[in-house]
Design a protein around this ligand. Structure first.
Ligand code: SF4
Length: 339
């Protein structure tokens, strides 16, 4: 095999990403399969450039590219590879010669790189790849047919093992407005938690963080929203490290559940309650009617949100005005126009 220059972790330098809306100047670093960034590392010498990542997300994220197969020394172009054997512990091999076991060669290249990913807040992966696939990757039996059970690629499995809370998504799934919105919301939440809580660890900062994410949590997962509130109200003798670890795990788990229209509606109505004393009943009736139309899928989330945030900005308390629910990510991404 011809060894080409290894594409490991590097900035794609596509544009200068914008700073986050929260005022945090730290850049948001997101990993990406190198072929999605337009780098010609695929088995056929080509790439699978993701227009959404390169044209839109690169305005906000500093993408770090990595190709596990090239890092492992496989050439470009190279014979196609696939997973074979036990779906729980498959081998990586060439599609036309399954006697070669390439698993160790790939793993040896992945492990040293994983340690360098601790500053990432998300990862976008190429679908169907035996290395980078996020799910539904085929594992072939000895008779040449795939098992019905599908799985992750070898790199993805190691990435998730090392960073179980890291938001990960497949490029193709980002075409779904709801999955796209959910992934980007989680990337920003992961980033905010690392910078606002983990970087300055204290119960005060953790409670402050939770306080700002209350309505986002309510819209995503009612049960975990309540559980997280209880956790912070009863920390007992637990160390702040222990509390923040448990909090982060449940917090990311809660956000991984896309917000349903029903939960969004309840959250919007709850927020509307804050305007009871300061806004006329006529105006509140109008807002309730717009929220109702959203709940019937007659308008996108952005419509009641814009109306509500206009009044909250003028009449809401500091607590409600500071809710991340109103700006979980840059508005210019337009993600709430389609959910
Ligand atoms: Fe490399 Fe992964 Fe793209 Fe395959 S899918 S070319 S392993 S980055």
């Amino acid at each position: 095999m011809k060894l080409i220059k290894s594409v490991t972790v590097s900035s794609t330098n596509l544009t200068d990403p914008k700073q986050s809306d929260s005022g945090d100047s730290a850049l948001i670093h997101v990993g990406i399969s190198a072929c999605l960034a337009g780098i010609e590392v695929r088995y056929n010498g080509g790439h699978s450039q993701s227009k959404f990542c390169l044209n839109t997300l690169s305005e906000y994220f500093n993408f770090k590219t990595f190709c596990p197969e090239v890092a492992a020394g496989f050439s470009v172009p190279r014979p196609t590879m696939r997973l074979v054997g036990d779906p729980n512990n498959p081998r990586l091999t060439y599609s036309d010669n399954d006697t070669a076991d390439l698993t160790q060669q790939l793993n040896d290249a992945i492990h040293p790189q994983l340690a360098k990913f601790d500053h990432l807040d998300g990862y976008v992966l190429m679908k169907n790849s035996p290395s980078c696939g996020y799910e539904r990757v085929k594992v072939y039996q000895a008779n040449g047919h795939p098992h019905t059970t599908r799985r992750q690629g070898i790199f993805t499995e190691q990435l998730q093992k090392k960073y179980p809370l890291l938001p990960i998504e497949e490029d193709g799934r980002l075409n779904d407005p709801s999955l796209r919105e959910n992934f980007i919301l989680r990337v920003y939440a992961h980033h905010n938690f690392r910078h606002e809580v983990l970087a300055h660890l204290s119960l005060h900062n953790l409670i402050k963080f939770h306080s700002r994410y209350k309505y986002t949590l309510m819209a995503h997962h009612q049960v975990l929203y309540k559980a997280l509130g209880k956790m912070l109200a009863n920390t007992g003798d637990a160390s702040i490290e222990d509390v923040s670890n448990r909090y982060f795990k449940l917090f990311m788990q809660a956000l991984a559940k896309p917000a349903s229209v029903r939960n969004q509606t309840n959250t919007l109505l709850h927020i509307l309650g804050y305007l009871k004393k300061s806004v006329s009943s006529e105006s509140r009736k109008n807002m309730a009617s717009v929220i109702h139309k959203y709940s019937q899928h007659k308008m996108p989330l952005i419509t009641p949100l814009t109306l509500l945030s206009h009044y909250i900005e003028q009449h809401g308390s500091k607590y409600i005005r500071e809710q991340r629910y109103f700006n979980p990510y840059p508005e210019a991404l337009g993600l709430r126009n389609r959910v």
